[in-house]
Design a protein around this ligand. Structure first.
Ligand code: PMV
Length: 331
């Protein structure tokens, strides 16, 4: 088949954000965006990105806008991700890409995960490509490592893989959202985009943190513990390993030079509030990504108590809540 310049197609997709319970932090191959470690996450239904891809033969370059604003800073990554799909479809046509997030962008709330999962799903739809979920996950990974997980709903595991071409570095579903319907209360402690993005934070940690090798070395054991806890629906076991893994990721980042301290004072107070609740018998645990927001994962019955506790922490600006949700879908 020859490469065509004349294809017109339109598709729109929605993908939920996801939060890792066992974190991805570090790259084995920066060019292919292959992670140094596997990870396990939950996909959310209330925080999502919607992305529309319109192929237009009249365009000489892709046009990308997010929340109604042209975003030249992300244009290159978006085009590179679509290029993977265009190469596969043997099509050169450029696209108009409009995306919106229904939650704060770039503030440690996984907007790149939902964004690239929605982009790959809509892009494949517009190009008429029938990708398998695994192929979508591999393509989304090249936009953002965590996006490989937002292709799927519920509990998801990302395999780091070992193949030099990155073809065994993809996510897979572990358990449906309905099979263990946990909920998440997000304490927003700062608005605005983070100072050091996750990719540069990972590179800096790998280069300069004395704790980074230990972080990588311990990850397979944490993945196995979390996988078993999810399979057994063992909340206490999942809580212990998720908090431990999150604090190890931050310990490795804090020990980088210059240090990566993603937390503010309210982040730390929320962490204590969650630990205090759990000590009192409330099924809840925290996780924190490359930003100051605290995500409290709990059972549905514990949600109102968790909300009340986090709302009373000074410095908490807003609470967002979500159930677990489905994977990326065309609509
Ligand atoms: O997918 P990225 O490049 O935004 O990195 C995600 C990094 C963390 O959110 C901190 C951890 C994770 O596994 O999602």
């Amino acid at each position: 088949m020859s490469t065509s310049n004349k294809v017109e197609g339109t598709a729109e997709a929605r993908a939920g954000a996801n939060f890792a319970l066992i974190k991805y932090w570090g790259k084995a191959d920066a060019r292919l965006n292959v992670p140094a470690v596997g990870s396990i996450s939950i996909t959310l239904d209330a925080l999502w990105s919607e992305t529309k891809v319109v192929l237009d033969p009249k365009l000489t370059a892709d046009e990308f806008s997010l929340n109604g604003r042209t975003r030249s800073e992300e244009q290159g990554k978006v085009s590179a991700c679509l290029d993977l799909l265009r190469a596969r479809a043997k099509v050169k046509t450029r696209a108009r890409i409009t995306s919106r997030n229904n939650f704060p962008t770039g503030a440690g709330l996984a907007s790149s995960a939902s964004g690239f999962a929605a982009l790959v799903t809509a892009g494949a739809g517009a190009l008429g490509l029938d990708l398998s979920p695994r192929e979508s996950s591999i393509a989304a990974r090249q936009g953002s490592g965590s996006a490989a997980r937002s292709v799927f709903g519920g509990f998801v595991e990302m395999h780091a893989g070992t193949a030099p071409d990155g073809l065994d570095s993809f996510a897979e579903p572990l358990l449906d959202a309905a099979a263990w319907p946990l909920e998440v209360v997000i304490a927003v402690t700062a608005t605005g985009e983070k100072e050091v993005g996750s990719s540069s934070g990972m590179t800096r940690s790998a280069k300069s943190s004395p704790y980074y090798p230990a972080w990588v070395e311990n990850q397979p054991a944490d993945l196995a513990t979390a996988r078993a806890a999810i399979e057994a629906r063992d909340f206490a076991a999942l809580a212990d390993i998720a908090e431990h893994n999150c604090l190890k990721m931050h310990a490795a980042a804090i020990a980088a030079q210059p240090p990566l301290v993603y937390w503010n004072g309210a982040t730390v107070e929320c962490l204590h509030a969650v630990r205090k609740l759990r000590a009192a018998g409330v099924p809840v645990f925290f996780t924190i990504d490359a930003g100051p927001q605290v995500k409290a994962v709990c059972t549905p019955g514990a949600r109102s108590q968790v909300e009340a506790a986090l709302r009373s922490v000074p410095g908490v600006l807003e609470l967002l809540t979500s159930r677990l949700g489905p994977g990326a879908e065309l609509f």
